[in-house]
Design a protein. Structure first.
Length: 310
């Protein structure tokens, strides 16, 4: 947006820390020099779950600062959370993230070929989790649920694919087969060969990993606190389950609803593939570049219209 067009330059500060603070300083310097810059803040989950509580006064100051022209985040639930926790008395816009076109489902033939290429059992029930494995992502809960599923699905071998920093794994989780894939530059093929994506985050502004799985035609099972939960409900792309108290607890009752959903997908291929198909169709519409830019253009138009008013 150029000054020649009569529009103010716009600073988009993704994450409050450090970019939000830096963006506010930059906007102040530019405005002091006569440049009518616009500043948008784009907070993420870590801004209020991890960093925010340590720097609460600074977080509150950033979100309420009159120098901020617009706050944009990923989901209505996260917008409400920002308002509730930090007393933000202003509208917060929602802009869902977009996905690369490489996230797409494979045909049954291509899935089988990809499994062979990756050295994965052709007939196993593959559960994937790709994550940064921070405590908030609750990888220990994922292990408990996957192990329980492996014990109940007598007719199929259950393999848990963990892509990301290796979590602490107990010595024996049999009959569960765990494959530690480590840090991957591209998780697309791992998702495309998976039968279900499991993520039991204790907090998430959206959860892009679940959107990526959906785009690959994979049904997802997650907690109902994640920002993407309404999308999962909208197309019946899997299951969202109530958040349970932290460990320790009886492992036989660990996320029973999640275990039940995964067992259904593992024993009823028609149900699993139908949920995956709905997930892929929804992701192609809701998380596409076209949908993202249509919404962003709408926000920019509203911003420019407001800026042009006396």
């Amino acid at each position: 947006m150029s000054a020649a067009e009569g529009n103010a330059p716009l600073i988009w500060a993704h994450y409050l820390f450090p970019y939000g603070a830096a963006g506010l300083m930059a906007a102040g310097l530019l405005r002091g020099s006569g440049v009518p810059v616009r500043l948008w803040l784009n907070p993420a989950g870590s801004d209020i779950w991890e960093v925010g509580p340590q720097l609460r006064e600074l977080s509150t100051g950033l979100l309420r600062d009159p120098g901020v022209d617009r706050i944009v985040t990923y989901s209505p639930s996260f917008a409400a959370e920002l308002s509730d926790q930090y007393g933000v008395n202003r509208p917060i816009d929602v802009l869902k993230p977009c996905l690369s076109g490489r996230y797409r489902p494979l045909s049954a033939v291509d899935r089988a070929a990809a499994r062979r290429r990756l050295g994965l059992p052709a007939d196993a029930f593959l559960i994937s989790m790709h994550s940064n494995m921070r405590p908030v992502k609750a990888p220990e809960d994922v292990l408990c649920v996957a192990r329980r599923v492996a014990g109940l699905l007598d007719s199929r071998n259950v393999v848990l694919l963990l892509a990301g920093p290796a979590p602490s794994i107990p010595w024996d989780l049999s009959p569960l087969d765990i494959r530690l894939l480590g840090l991957l530059r591209d998780v697309t093929e791992v998702l495309q060969v998976s039968d279900a994506e499991l993520n039991l985050s204790r907090h998430d502004s959206f959860n892009l990993s679940l959107a990526e799985a959906m785009a690959c035609g994979v049904p997802v099972v997650t907690t109902d606190v994640v920002g993407i939960a309404p999308d999962i409900h909208a197309c019946d792309a899997g299951a969202t389950v109530p958040l349970e108290p932290p460990v320790p607890r009886d492992p036989r009752r660990c996320y029973r609803a999640a275990v039940d959903a995964l067992c259904r997908f593992g024993s009823r291929e028609e149900e699993r593939s139908a949920a995956g198909r709905r997930a892929g169709e929804h992701a192609a519409a809701a998380f596409s570049g076209a949908a993202h830019w249509t919404r962003l253009r709408s926000l920019l138009s509203a911003e420019l219209a407001g800026a042009s008013q006396p």
